[in-house]
Design a binder for this molecule. Structure first.
Ligand code: 5GP
Ligand code: MN
Length: 327
């Protein structure tokens, strides 16, 4: 089934010579992993690839081969989209997720959208959206296997494993598909070092991050008869420890892990009057539906949105929306 849906993409990738591959804003392991896997695969097949991301990739992914090649849209001096045979957006559920790379969609002769978010707005010329997939990296694995069954490299396996492991909470969330485990098994058979990747992806915090975590945890607020947990990361907390908002990744899980909590939200102050909200839920609340009320999206158990309001106002708005969703 996926093989049939992938055909137009395979044709475009085989036909073209020069590609732009785009990751989403505030990049995570899946968008970076899927971009690097596809880029390495295409380059190993003689193609030219340029990698774009609105924000710098997270530090803990620095071990991934090729990650230093990501550039900000517009920073290659000749970022005209018509220079590419196709522009491939990976793990980007809507145009807003492309940040400054969104202009590619207007200019490029062929745009391709590969994603696993149910909220994807099918904004490209060719759209391959599979909400049942664990990750976009799983879809890129399928694509690579379909294009060249004999090909695989450690660089590609590391990138794909990174995307799957990070999006599934190290093979623990409800999106952990049999395919996710099969691909991981294949990667390990090939020689991937699980200990090295687990350490890099999940167990390599810094003193500054632990201090940020301490501040965020002490901000814990419980609402709605202790079924809702709110955590906060303000600009001043970030400045005190010298980190930026991307370093708050994962903190929201401390809220959702509390027994009895149905919805946890982490409020990150991007700047004064702009608050990024990370949402996690258990069974009762659909996180992507909650995020969608504020123009965001994501998955049933993990979603996010950007609210143009202060942290306190954003909290009030989320709480108001939650009251009708908690049942
Ligand atoms: P996180 O809270 O880890 O940043 O994101 C959780 C999930 O929600 C991810 O799948 C991510 O792609 C999605 N997500 C987070 N923020 C936004 C947003 O502002 N818009 C959309 N459409 N999805 C988001
Ligand atoms: Mn993803």
């Amino acid at each position: 089934m996926r093989a049939v849906k992938m055909m137009p993409i395979i044709e475009a990738l085989k036909r073209g010579k020069r590609f732009a591959v785009i990751a989403h804003i505030f990049p995570d392991g899946d968008t970076i992993g899927s971009c690097l896997a596809l880029a390495n695969f295409l380059m190993d097949h003689g193609k030219t690839v340029e990698l774009f991301c609105h924000d710098a990739p997270p530090e803990n992914l620095a071990f991934l081969p090729g990650i230093q090649n990501f550039i900000r849209p517009g920073q290659n001096g000749q970022a005209k989209s018509d220079a590419y045979d196709a522009v491939v957006c990976l793990d980007c559920s809507d145009e807003g997720r492309l940040g400054d790379a969104a202009y590619f969609l207007e200019q490029a002769s062929c745009t391709i959208n590969i994603d696993h978010h149910a909220t994807n707005t099918v904004y490209a010329d060719i759209n391959f959206v599979e909400p049942e997939a664990s990750s976009t990296s799983e879809l890129v694995f399928d694509l690579i296997q379909e294009m060249d069954n004999n090909y695989f490299s450690l660089a590609v396996y590391e990138a794909i494993y990174t995307g799957i492991a990070t999006d599934t909470g190290n093979f623990g969330f409800s999106n952990t598909t049999p395919a996710a485990h099969r691909i991981a098994a294949q990667a390990i058979e090939y020689g991937l070092d699980v200990d090295k990747l687990t350490r890099a992806l999940f167990r390599n915090t810094t003193e500054a991050r632990v201090r940020l975590l301490a501040k965020a945890l002490s901000s814990l607020e419980m609402h709605c008869d202790d079924r809702v947990a709110f955590l906060t990361v303000s600009r001043s907390m970030l400045e005190e420890v010298g980190l930026d908002v991307n370093d708050a990744d994962g903190i929201v899980n401390y809220g959702i892990d509390i027994v009895g909590v149905e919805c946890a939200a982490l409020f990150k102050e991007i700047e004064k009057g702009r608050t990024k909200v990370s949402l996690r839920t258990k069974g009762v609340v659909d996180a992507s539906a909650l995020a969608a009320r504020f123009g965001g999206g994501g998955h049933a158990r993990a979603a996010g949105c950007l609210i143009n309001a202060s942290i306190e106002q954003a909290k009030e708005q989320i709480l108001e929306a939650l009251k009708s969703m908690l049942g």
